[in-house]
Design a binder for this molecule. Structure first.
Ligand code: AMP
Length: 549
């Protein structure tokens, strides 16, 4: 059956961690390399300039913090001058710089890398991991991205996948993928809240599912809120304890603090399973003899981290308000992200929505599993339901879910107003044509300016780009008719076409920004990655998670 088909991997390219999954024999499973299922989205340069990815790269943070790039997803598809990038510049130890065209580049091993290239390294690692596990080449992938990713961010992610030797057959929203993993597809009218609490970001998305159509009713989030904040609380406790035990505070020693941070995360993870956790860290500060002995209690930690977790509550309330729903109108709550493993998080989710969240699928791999299910459905394979058994009934192409366009798309008309061509929440793919006419006599060209948003004033929306149609037939105003067509493909990328009916003159443009990169830059990066393969550099080294605990 589906084994004969080319495999499609589902990829969750996360801010903190990434994972990939595949459907085989009607079952979705997460791809593993040894014990390793979750790959930290971290890329580091070794002193000889070679690049490593995953757990090995993450461990370099405690050795050579400036040579380790993490949270690259926060930078991809954004302009250097944007608030988010500027905030990251102030917050990370590695060097973020401005490249051509306001692109964002990072310095690693005395070389500049585009952030797209950094993502490509992570995606290459995932592809090679899948090839190793499946014993065959992998080319096709479905990649999940946040529901609020812009066209620029989606395009940049696609470019990264292309550089990693992957053909992206669909870009899917992460909350949609999570809902799909739970098999919520054949239902009529179900409302789902996807509560996604990861390492560095928090998002909540309210989805409405009506027979294969996944509509994002609302999405809300906090860009800097996650498990990292909880690690920071535990890290401070550890540093204080060390100061009490040895009379010297490690706070001003970045390497010592990075070493402790890694252990703080492990303590936190252990406390999700047991009421008490202990750690011993040898030689915390180079040059200072003295080990740290540290024990922490769930009950003791609770009041210290509750305010962090409580910050997710108003975000949920905001999303519910935008969706026009009250908590009891939500049918299911799906948990995504490692931080949702914490008992206190689950308690707070229960309080907000008044019901038990779904927990049967690992929240760290649920997005990859959903993306893999979507991939299998697109290839016409059997589709597992709830990540488990196979439903023959849902295997038809109707199982290929539809996504909707989250914002309206329109063109600028006289007086600076917008004429909407595609309304928000239209299921995609979609194509709409509207007729326009000239506003002056003998007008020889029209400028078609395109925006995304709900405001009736053009300038209040997000400007996507423009297209000029010239060579119009000379005629009194109002007599030339121009057909403007907007087409959104299944990945949410827009193509705009304009045509003068009388002369047949036409123009078209894709409203895609290559993540701030030019085609030449993309070609150059592809070349570099190919050279790496040709030089026999071999697969990216595996992370050895076994040594971690
Ligand atoms: P994600 O962004 O989904 O990859 O989640 C990563 C975050 O989840 C990191 O802050 C991890 O420390 C955290 N995490 C992973 N497993 C657990 C666990 N069992 N309990 C608490 N936090 C966890």
């Amino acid at each position: 059956m589906d084994d004969a088909l080319e495999p499609v991997i589902g990829i969750d390219l996360g801010t903190t961690n990434s994972a990939c999954a595949v459907v085989r024999n009607g079952r979705a499973s997460v791809v593993r390399r040894g014990e390793d299922r979750i790959v930290p989205s971290v890329v580091a340069a070794l002193p000889d300039g070679s690049i490593i990815v995953g757990n090995r790269a993450k461990r370099r943070r405690a050795v050579d913090p400036t040579q380790v790039v993490f949270s690259d997803k926060r930078l991809i598809g954004r302009r250097f001058s944007s608030n988010e990038v500027q905030r990251m510049c102030a917050y990370v130890p590695y060097d973020i710089r401005q490249g051509n065209n306001e692109a964002v580049v990072v310095e690693l091993g005395a070389r500049l890398y585009s952030v797209v290239e950094i993502s490509a390294y992570i995606l290459t690692y995932l592809r090679e991991m899948a090839e190793e596990a499946l014993g065959q080449p992998v080319r096709k992938a479905v990649v999940a991205v946040p529901a609020n990713f812009t066209d620029g961010q989606r395009s940049a992610t696609r470019v990264a996948a292309r550089l990693a030797g992957l053909d992206v057959i669909r870009v899917i929203n992460e909350p949609t993928a999570a809902a799909l993993a739970y098999g919520y597809i054949e239902d009529t009218d179900r409302r789902i809240a996807v509560y996604d609490f990861g390492g560095g970001t928090f998002d909540v998305t309210i989805l409405q599912i009506t027979r294969n159509v996944f509509e994002v009713l609302a999405t809300s989030g906090e860009m800097f809120l996650g498990g990292d904040d909880i690690d920071a609380v535990i890290l401070q406790m550890m540093a204080e304890t060390y100061a009490q035990q040895h009379g010297v505070h490690p706070g001003s020693n970045p390497v010592a603090m990075e070493r402790l941070r890694a252990v703080a995360e492990q303590v936190k993870i252990q406390l999700s399973e047991t009421p008490k956790a202990s750690a011993r860290v040898e030689e915390v500060m180079p040059g200072h003899p003295g080990n740290l002995e540290f024990t922490l209690d769930q009950e003791f930690l609770r009041p210290h981290i509750a305010p962090i977790i409580q910050r997710t509550v108003p975000v949920c309330q905001d999303a519910l308000r935008s969706a026009g729903l009250s908590p009891h109108q939500i049918d299911e709550i799906v948990l995504v992200g490692g931080t949702t493993r914490m008992p206190l998080v689950r308690e707070i989710v229960r309080e907000v929505f008044g019901k038990e969240p779904q927990t049967s699928i690992n929240p760290m791999s649920v997005v990859a599993v959903g993306a893999a299910i979507q991939g299998a459905a697109l290839m016409g394979s059997l589709v597992p339901i709830s990540g488990g058994g196979v439903s023959q009934a849902s295997m038809s192409s109707s199982a290929v879910l539809l996504d909707v366009t989250p914002r309206s798309l329109g063109v600028r008309t006289v007086g600076g107003f917008v004429d909407m061509i595609i309304e928000r929440n239209s299921p995609i793919p979609v194509e709409q044509t509207r007729l326009f006419t000239t506003t002056t006599d003998n007008q020889r060209f029209v400028r078609i300016q395109v925006c995304q948003g709900e405001n009736e004033q053009f300038d209040a929306n997000f400007r996507l780009g423009e297209l000029t149609l010239s060579g119009l037939r000379e005629a009194p105003r109002g007599e030339v008719s121009i057909a403007v067509t907007f087409e959104i493909n299944a990945d949410g990328l827009l193509e705009v076409r304009a045509r003068d009916h009388a002369t047949g003159v036409s123009q078209s443009t894709k409203m895609r920004v290559l993540g701030g990169l030019t085609d030449e830059e993309v070609a150059e990066m592809a070349d570099r990655l190919r050279r790496r393969e040709a030089s026999g550099a071999g697969p990216l080294p595996a992370g050895d998670v076994a040594a971690r605990r």
